[in-house]
Write a protein that binds this ligand. Structure first.
Ligand code: LLP
Length: 479
């Protein structure tokens, strides 16, 4: 069967649709000689039978390895600059009690962005000093919880929030540890909805200088630093930026670092204020399909270190302690989603001209969809999939894997070649679903959210149970 005219340019026609591209999968996922996919020795049919489908299947070893890789690569690259780096795992990408414990046991810290995430961290026993709290509109209750816990850092996002923190710290009789999130004006090359450091969006304190009525020039960021510096209830820790997510090009990170270090030098020169910590955020891209080519973590760390080193020399600054906040790059590739095929149909996409082949698309519908992975709908994100319960020698056919929701945009994998003989009852596995899938999941159409199973040393265990029909009705008083 030939390659389809409907296939996007980046999608190659595979020699065999049984192969796994290593960059998309957790390192302990393999296809057994008999044809079935297995993770750390546990076969997918066993997982589907024991835990149902859809199912998020996570490799604990892979998660831990990627966490260590960030810790070790960044520590090595920055050792001579600032003695190492603090790595905060971004809990918004995926968080549950068990994962919070892995993060801490691998020597990382935990970045939270709501009272709910703080609650999970507390329950997991994460030490308060290893926690940070983000958010552009933290509620009073969230700030109170963070202050009462004594979290290591609250990352303030606006002038009004600084006032609120100051006041609440006063009420509680504590000192707040505060970092300031700045908007360095860097436009990251990623989807518009996940770029966060250009001016026209809701996050952060702008570095752009404005002229006041009296002719003085200053930025919101500068005003924020002065407010925090002069507060008796706030410890000013330093500056933060996060330029966006799913970024491959290290130049955006480097440019943000340059701008924050130049601003640090201005603060020292104009106000005698020292910036002792600098957080360069998260956003490191991963491979969802063959079109994505992430660079090795060590290489990114080296490049960022060389920029920080050079800028500190240039400005005569003693280097601040550096921290980063990766989420997706740690948890994303550790997980795949297992779906069961329900229906298969082929539709005519175009009326063929006389003598031409019709352009057809095969739709394979699975038992989940946009409720367990809204990323294709939200960001036009591409994924790939393989037939998981068996190998097949049937010819690869361009396919669209769709969900079971009442929306035509409910796409799981927009374009993938899958064997011609995929049929109802087969299992499909979609890799790289660890980040922003479970955490963005919903109950749309009253579908229960799937379980998350972690496999370690050949033993699968539930780290988040699946929702039940009782859960679906639990909040409806039913009077
Ligand atoms: N730090 C801050 C302040 C953030 O806002 C984020 C992500 C991260 C760190 C972690 O970024 P990561 O390393 O995971 O890329 N739902 C979107 C992504 C939203 C990112 C939100 N902030 C998606 O599915 O692509």
């Amino acid at each position: 069967m030939p390659a389809s005219v409907l296939a996007p340019a980046w999608l190659s026609y595979p020699d065999s649709s049984n192969a796994l591209r290593a960059q998309e999968w957790a390192s302990d996922v393999v296809r057994h000689p008999a044809g079935e996919l297995a993770i750390d020795g546990v076969s997918v049919h066993r997982l589907a039978e024991e835990f149902g489908s859809p199912l998020f299947v996570m490799s604990e070893a892979d998660f831990r390895r990627r966490a260590r890789e960030f810790r070790d690569s960044f520590n090595a690259a920055f050792a001579d600059i600032c003695g190492g780096v603090d790595v905060y795992y971004a809990g918004k990408s995926f968080l549950c009690t068990e994962v919070a414990r892995w993060v801490i046991s691998e020597g990382l810290r935990l970045d939270t962005c709501s009272g709910g995430e703080l609650l999970v961290a507390e329950r997991a026993g994460v030490p308060a000093e290893s926690l940070s709290l983000h958010g552009n509109n933290k509620s009073e209750a969230e700030l109170r919880r963070a202050l009462a816990l004594g979290v290591g850092r609250i990352v303030a996002d606006s002038l009004s929030e600084i006032e609120r923190i100051d006041q609440l710290a006063g009420e509680l009789g504590v000192r707040a540890n505060v970092m300031l999130r700045l908007t360095p004006g860097v436009h990251a090359h990623t989807h518009e909805f996940i770029a966060t450091a250009h001016e026209d969006q809701k996050f952060g304190l702008s570095l752009a200088e404005l002229t006041s009525d009296t002719g003085e020039r200053s930025s919101i960021a500068e005003q924020a630093v002065l407010a925090v510096h002069h507060s008796e209830r706030i410890n000013f820790l330093g500056l933060h930026c996060h330029i966006g997510s799913q970024i491959f090009d290290a130049e955006g990170f480097a440019e943000a670092a340059r701008r924050l270090l130049a601003f640090s030098a201005d603060l020292r020169d104009q106000h005698g204020i020292a910036v002792s910590e600098l957080d360069l955020g998260g956003g490191y891209g991963i491979a969802y399909t063959e079109a994505d080519t992430p660079r090795p973590t060590a290489e990114i760390a080296e490049q960022m270190a060389s920029v920080v080193r050079a800028e500190c020399v240039k400005h005569g600054l003693s280097a601040p302690r550096i921290s980063i906040e990766p989420g997706r790059a740690i948890v994303g590739p550790s997980t795949f989603t297992l779906y069961r095929v329900g229906t298969v149909k082929t539709v005519l996409v175009d009326q063929p001209a006389a003598g031409e082949q019709p352009a057809e698309r095969r739709y394979i519908a699975v038992d989940g969809g946009m409720s367990d992975n809204p990323r294709p709908v939200l960001y036009e994100a591409d994924y790939t999939a393989v037939l998981a319960n068996r190998a097949s020698s049937a010819a690869p056919v361009l396919s669209r894997v769709v969900g079971k929701h009442c929306e035509s945009g409910d796409i799981v994998v927009r374009d993938v070649y899958l064997p011609d003989d995929v049929a109802a009852g087969d299992l499909l596995a979609v890799p790289a679903t660890g980040a922003y899938c479970w955490s963005l999941a919903s109950n749309y159409n009253y579908l229960p959210r799937p379980a998350v199973v972690a496999v370690r040393d050949g033993v699968p265990r539930v780290i988040v149970r699946a929702e039940t029909e009782e859960d679906l009705l639990a909040r409806d008083p039913g009077a």
